[in-house]
Design a protein around this ligand. Structure first.
Ligand code: ASP
Length: 345
């Protein structure tokens, strides 16, 4: 039996994603792949309790199940990635939607984006404060507007006009995010006093991540990617990271791959991370895994940045590199092969 809250979430997602209501399954030879992440950062065995580990595993599993159920019914990669993101946005463990990290002032400002690799259509919202599922608004921007990206009040009004659920900002707040903010403010002031640590000090980056992302190859051979985040703890209000930026945090092109990133957004923007991986495949003929590793394990740390990404290519190969201590990540394939991982090894 599902607890009532979870059941309502599923009904909400089924209403948003009509493909979930279909019953016919794809041919048993059809190939599809789904990869998701719940953020890169300091994910260490020593900081984990069995309960915490189970909660993260269950959260990732719920998202995989919803996405798989769409793909196995012949649903589109775009529907699958949106549905996965909605499950993770509604899960307060992750830094997106409910449970998002807080700005310096103690508010949540959310960013999200989605891209369809078949048409190269994309939609994004930035700095929204009242949209329960920012990915719903990003999808509406992609399909119902002439634009690719909308921010702030305009994005919120557009989301409401397009039937995305609207909530008070307090809906996103959790005790955990509040404590993380207090810790970050404390650390920053100690740092200022001591003037010893630079912003590149690895210690300063821990516990700030937790963005969610999904990439998929559907049974029709189409790719899609989506990313959603609260950004980084103690960010200045108005700060926008890589997650809603097409080509930085998210990219999908049937000619190459679908990518969703997580990590220190400023570096991902400067590297044009997601598009850089796609270009390596399309222009240099590199393999997905080599292209992703070159960007995440060489180019990103060379600038002083950290994080990871997930990717899938048109053949269904996947990649999940990161240069932090861990990254919440999982995949499932049409063959039934599945893994849910968090640590480096
Ligand atoms: N990339 C996100 C940002 O900079 C943070 C994260 O991935 O956790 O806003």
């Amino acid at each position: 039996m599902y607890p009532m809250k979870q059941l309502l979430t599923y009904l909400f997602i089924i209403a948003a994603i009509p493909a979930l209501a279909q019953t016919k399954l794809v041919d048993k030879d059809a190939k599809f792949v789904l990869v998701i992440h719940g953020g890169a950062g300091s994910v260490n065995r020593k900081n984990m309790t069995p309960d915490k580990e189970k909660a993260y595993t269950d959260g990732l599993q719920r998202a995989l199940t919803v996405g798989y159920n769409i793909l196995v019914r012949g649903g589109s990669a775009v529907d699958a990635v949106q549905a996965c993101i909605m499950v993770l946005e509604d899960d307060s463990l992750f830094n997106a939607g409910k449970g998002a990290v807080m700005t310096h002032e103690g508010h949540c400002e959310l960013d999200a984006s989605i891209m369809d690799g078949k048409s190269l259509k994309a939609g994004a919202v930035a700095g929204v404060t009242t949209v329960r599922n920012p990915i719903c608004a990003a999808r509406a921007v992609m399909e119902k507007s002439r634009h690719v990206m909308m921010a702030g009040k305009g994005a919120e009004m557009f989301a409401a006009e397009n039937n995305c659920s609207i909530v008070d900002n307090s809906y996103f707040h959790t005790e955990r995010s509040r404590r993380a903010l207090e810790g970050a403010i404390r650390d920053d002031s100690i740092r200022e006093i001591k003037q010893k640590k630079s912003v590149n000090d690895p210690e300063n980056r821990d516990n700030k991540y937790g963005t969610v992302g999904a990439v998929a190859l559907d049974a029709s051979g189409n790719l899609a990617a989506a990313t959603s985040t609260g950004g980084m703890t103690n960010k200045r209000f108005g700060r926008i990271g890589d997650s809603p930026i097409i080509g930085a945090g998210t990219y999908a092109d049937n000619n190459s791959c679908a990518i969703s990133c997580t990590g220190w957004g400023e570096y991902f923007i400067r590297l044009g991370m997601a598009k850089a991986v796609a270009d390596r495949i399309e222009l240099k003929g590199m393999k997905l895994d080599d292209a992703a590793k070159e960007m995440i394990l060489t180019k990103l740390p060379a600038l002083g940045g950290d994080g990871g990404l997930i990717g899938v290519d048109k053949e269904g190969n996947i990649t999940m590199p990161f240069n932090t201590s861990g990254m919440y990540r999982a995949y499932i394939k049409s063959t039934g092969e599945k893994e849910i991982l968090m640590y480096r090894d």
